[in-house]
Design a protein around this ligand. Structure first.
Ligand SMILES: [Cu+2]
Length: 255
């Protein structure tokens, strides 16, 4: 009799697991990652990055503020190191700058150049004419393109980092100064020094219930992405706040 009782349980479990596996595989091709951009070089630059990977097709959204207005800002996925951001204490040579090279122990080398048009390989790492210009100190970037396998693997392995560059250290409102770039001695260090950095972690919305933000993230239309990005963030914050309020109310009633 016990055996007969046990069987339906096994059957139930077997029925449940394929369902779970099915749900997982439906999302396998599409994963979302987000980065909270923190300041480097005491630049005051902050922002957010969001990346959706569908196979090797990446949709990248970056919102950042506090950048040198009217100047181009190189931006990359860095890969192949610890998947973390350096701190200003990693300015090992003690000069006025945390250089891109000094940060590489934490975030690695350039894996993708987040250009506006054309090539996105590391070769375009300093293609200044194809990077966003920060009108009013703000960068609002949205592009869908193909990444390489090594970049895709870095995302899955948690070693992809979003880094923005270009820092007006001396307040001259342009990239200048005597210190030359560690990446290209024909450029001032200001043009290439990192200003903001964020590790790209699996996005919360990837594990959220169906609907809302996730639906928006799957879209490939630029404007829709932009809208979903903003509204989704607000909606998530709102839901969390409402949840916290409801919880506190319940706690209060129980006391
Ligand atoms: Cu970079």
């Amino acid at each position: 009799m016990r055996k007969a009782l046990a069987l339906p349980t096994v059957a139930l479990a077997a029925a449940a697991f394929p369902l779970l596996a099915g749900t997982a595989s439906a999302h396998e091709g599409s994963s979302s990652y987000q980065a909270s951009l923190g300041t480097l070089n005491q630049s005051g630059v902050t922002g957010t990055g969001m990346v959706t990977l569908d196979g090797n097709t990446a949709t990248v959204m970056i919102e950042a503020k506090g950048l040198l207005a009217g100047a181009p800002h190189a931006q990359h996925f860095h890969i192949g190191a610890q998947g973390t951001c350096p701190t200003d204490a990693d300015n090992k040579d003690g000069d006025a700058f945390l250089s891109t090279t000094e940060g590489s122990a934490a975030y690695g080398a350039i894996g993708t150049s987040l250009t506006l048009t054309g090539d996105t390989s590391p070769d375009s790492g300093l293609a200044v004419d194809r990077f966003p210009t920060a009108e009013g100190g703000v960068v609002s970037y949205n592009r869908t393109f193909e990444v390489t396998d090594d970049v895709h693997k870095a995302f899955e392995g948690g070693t992809a980092v979003l880094v923005l560059h270009g820092f007006d250290q001396n307040g001259s409102k342009t990239y200048d100064g005597d210190v030359k770039s560690d990446l290209d001695p024909s450029l001032p260090m200001e043009a290439t020094a990192p200003v903001a950095c964020g590790a790209l972690d699996t996005a919360q919305m990837g594990t959220a219930p169906k609907g809302g933000a996730e639906t928006g993230a799957g879209s490939t239309a630029g404007t829709e992405n932009q809208a979903a990005f903003g509204i989704g963030a607000v909606a998530l914050t709102g839901a969390a706040a409402a949840g916290a309020l409801a919880y506190r109310r319940r706690q209060a009633e129980q006391v």
